[in-house]
Design a protein around this ligand. Structure first.
Ligand SMILES: Nc1ncnc2c1ncn2[C@@H]1O[C@H](COP(=O)(O)OP(=O)(O)OP(=O)(O)O)[C@@H](O)[C@H]1O
Length: 290
């Protein structure tokens, strides 16, 4: 079995020792392993697209951003393995993937392939979410130096800083042909968000649908209340939040240059169209979770 490991040395501040243990564990299981170290943002996608052969499994070693870049370069039908060495690794949690290199290698070599439907944001696929407004500002405003040194604390600081901006932009969303307004929106493909928290119980990676959360909380205090409900998995029940399933979403903003985020990284500016991707991908998971 040929396994191509795509390793992001910048994710989670670098995890060389874990990478080495994963490669050894894969080789012990008879895999022929090649490691590609990414050199810059976007490199994982470019490298994969330029290769004639990607092997039997491509493994993303990094965080959600790395997995997103690998997903966008992956050939049809090649299963994706995920080993979370990033800051939050939300997708790895969603799929209940092992954190230990030995168990992770077992999943990649002898696990099952789960069919997952990614989302599509203007021709680029995403696994977990895309978002506008507060959600995108937090991603845009996260200090990469602080993230490298202090991990998730960088997100918390950005969340506090961006609160003041909430309500300054209105978003118009056309969701499966119906018009909505919001002050912020998250389009979820998976259930988790910001680590171990459950954002929505309605999302399901294995179904070709998305779940849209519209935030119409009237002010910053109301937004704060929504955020405080997140660790309890109760955000959808807070006043001012509308949660609805969708397959096609068009988004516009009242202001210019409004950013989007996708899988926790900046992903261009509005307007944008979001759909379910045309093709599913296979993701390696433990036999009992498939
Ligand atoms: N060699 C590199 N140097 C600097 N940045 C890189 C390199 N290779 C990839 N990147 C970028 O690193 C960014 C962060 O990666 P990733 O999201 O995987 O890790 P993380 O932010 O630590 O984790 P998480 O998203 O799970 O919180 C990605 O946007 C990716 O484009």
């Amino acid at each position: 079995m040929k396994i191509l490991v795509v390793y992001n040395p910048a994710a989670g501040g670098g995890r060389e020792a874990l990478l080495k243990r994963l490669v050894q564990a894969l080789e012990r299981r008879g895999a022929d392993v090649e490691v590609y170290r990414t050199k810059a943002p976007g490199d994982a996608t470019r490298h994969l697209q330029a290769r004639a052969h990607q092997g039997d499994v491509v493994v993303a070693v990094g965080g959600d951003g790395t997995t997103n870049e690998v997903l966008n370069g992956l050939d049809d039908g090649v299963p994706l393995g995920i080993f979370g060495t990033g800051t939050a690794n939300v997708l790895a949690r969603e799929l209940n993937l092992p954190r230990h290199p030995e168990q992770a290698a077992e999943v990649m070599v002898n696990g099952a392939s789960l069919t997952v439907w990614p989302g599509d944001l203007a021709g680029r696929r995403f696994m977990m979410w895309t978002g506008v407004g507060y959600d995108a500002w937090v991603v845009q405003g996260t200090d990469l130096g602080v993230k490298r040194r202090f991990g998730k604390l960088a997100y918390v600081l950005a969340m506090i800083r961006q609160l003041a901006r909430y309500g300054t932009t209105d978003y118009r969303l056309r969701i499966d042909g119906r018009d909505y307004q919001a002050r912020s929106a998250i389009i979820a493909n998976g259930r988790h968000y910001g680590g171990r928290f459950v954002l929505t119980r309605q999302a399901d990676l294995t179904q070709p649908t998305l779940q849209v959360l519209l935030f119409n909380a009237p002010g910053r205090l109301a937004l704060l209340k929504c955020l405080m409900a997140l660790p309890f998995g109760a955000m959808e029940r807070v006043d001012g939040i509308v949660s609805l399933p969708a397959r096609e979403i068009e988004i516009e903003a009242s202001e210019q240059d409004e950013p989007l985020q996708a899988d926790g990284d900046p992903a261009g500016i509005l307007p944008a169209r979001v759909t379910v991707a045309e093709r599913a991908v296979l993701v390696r998971v433990a036999r009992d979770s498939a």
